[in-house]
Ligand binder design. Sequence first.
Ligand code: BTN
Length: 253
Amino acid sequence: MSFVTHLYQYDELPSTNDEAKRLAESGASEGTAILAARQSAGRGRRGREWVSPEGNLYLSLVLRPPRSIQEAASLGFLAQLALSDWLGVLLPAPHLVHHKWPNDLLLNGKKISGLLLESSGNEKIDWLVLGLGFNLRHHPKAALYPATDLFAESGLLIEPEAAANDFITLFKTLYEGWQEKGFTPYSSPWLERASGLGKAIRVNYEKESIEGIFLGIDGKGYLQLELPDGSVQKIGAADIFPVREEKHDAAGH
Ligand code: BTN
């Protein structure tokens, strides 16, 4: 793992992100990586639980890019690109690999991976923790979005360390390009594999939801949603779901 300067590996941690944040706060360098075989208090986006039995990948990376804090979110899109490149080679067509905004990966329409980005800094990024959960061997049966794992979809058994290694190698190249050129060159490749692009989606916030057409993402990773009145709203944080077209009979019922 050439990018990795320090690797801390555990049988169990409450959360690799918590450990990475603790290390980052005490000065850990870019390239510090935390791997755990299990997590007892794994965290997902928006304060959700990330159930973490042995067999899946739980990885957190400490990054310190000399970039503005507004650009931090784009690293989640880069990580998705690294994962979809990896999965696309492992499981070529007819398997389907999609990015689900903001930071999930779908395999054959089901969630196989999620990312949790946490950062510190005012104008500039002080540290950023990129937390990756990838379902290699297990997936939750009751989840907000239908889930799957690599073994269930393909019969392939991949060890978490091997998956971490492949991910880090692919991510490193994208990360170096991003440091030089920013997110612009990666926006189209991300959109090419975006789930729901150009279609009707429902955007769920904590207490309300809205519907519109998923037009794309901007340079900061905000989702651009076309509302029924034609205006475009930028969405920073939410969950999105496809809106299924209702089937009407000839009488319009
Ligand atoms: C999500 O889809 O809600 C994001 C899930 C992120 C889970 C990973 S597992 C490794 C790291 N440690 C955590 O506690 N969370 C992230």
